[in-house]
Design a protein around this ligand. Structure first.
Ligand SMILES: Nc1nc2c(c(=O)[nH]1)N[C@H]1C(S)=C(S)[C@@H](COP(=O)(O)O)O[C@H]1N2
Ligand SMILES: [Mo]
Length: 188
């Protein structure tokens, strides 16, 4: 009898612990230290450091992105969500005609965008068969979501440059799609 009671209480206790574990597991979002510790420094006439939360509070831009590497491999098509690079520049004094934006990453990779490109002009674009086509209006964004999910590290996350258009099927050069962005500088 004593033994049975003991087993019954142990069973109840274990069930309660299990339930707590399940509830905790469901309500606590999966911690992602890489994203939590990520920062991007925006440097212009002033300097501002943004967290992923700060980035997500800036005006949201959605569009279609598709890129091709120098070896001809295509990545995409993706739906891309992020923040217009001009809105990020505005966090550090903004960008004037004639200025450039230098975007870099911890691996030392750097890509430069001129003012025209920030306005969506001056990019080389291709169709899906990699035939060069006239460019539709484009936008440069710092993307934090790809195909509706947070950008993974392998895809250049937490945040990566994407060149997007309203219409799908527009392929741009992959070299501009800077991965793991941690620094954005406005230069004369
Ligand atoms: N930080 C960083 N971003 C980068 C690169 C790099 O070496 N470092 N390579 C670029 C080049 S040349 C291409 S073609 C694409 C490749 O994208 P993928 O790695 O998603 O295939 O990323 C671009 N972004
Ligand atoms: Mo590339």
């Amino acid at each position: 009898m004593r033994q049975t009671n003991f087993h019954a209480r142990t069973a109840v206790l274990l069930t309660v612990i299990l339930l707590f574990a399940i509830i905790a597991g469901c309500s606590t979002p999966a911690r992602d230290p890489l994203t939590e510790n990520w920062r991007v420094t925006v440097n212009g006439t002033t300097e501002k450091v943004l967290t992923i939360k700060d980035l997500k509070e800036l005006p949201v831009v959605n569009g279609h992105g598709y890129c091709v590497s120098t070896t001809g491999a295509r990545f995409g098509p993706y739906t891309c969500k992020g923040v217009d690079l001009r809105d990020i520049a505005a966090q550090a004094g903004g960008i004037q005609p004639g200025q450039q934006i230098w975007v870099s990453a911890p691996d030392g990779y750097l890509w430069v965008f001129d003012y025209d490109q920030l306005e969506g002009r001056g990019f080389i674009t291709f169709n899906e068969n990699l035939t060069e086509i006239p460019a539709p209006p484009l936008r440069i964004i710092l993307m934090y979501e790809q195909n509706g999910t947070p950008l993974s590290y392998d895809d250049g996350g937490p945040a990566r440059i994407a060149i997007i258009s309203e219409e799908p099927g527009i392929v741009t050069e992959g070299s501009a799609w800077v991965k793991w962005v941690d620094r954005i500088e406005i230069k004369d």
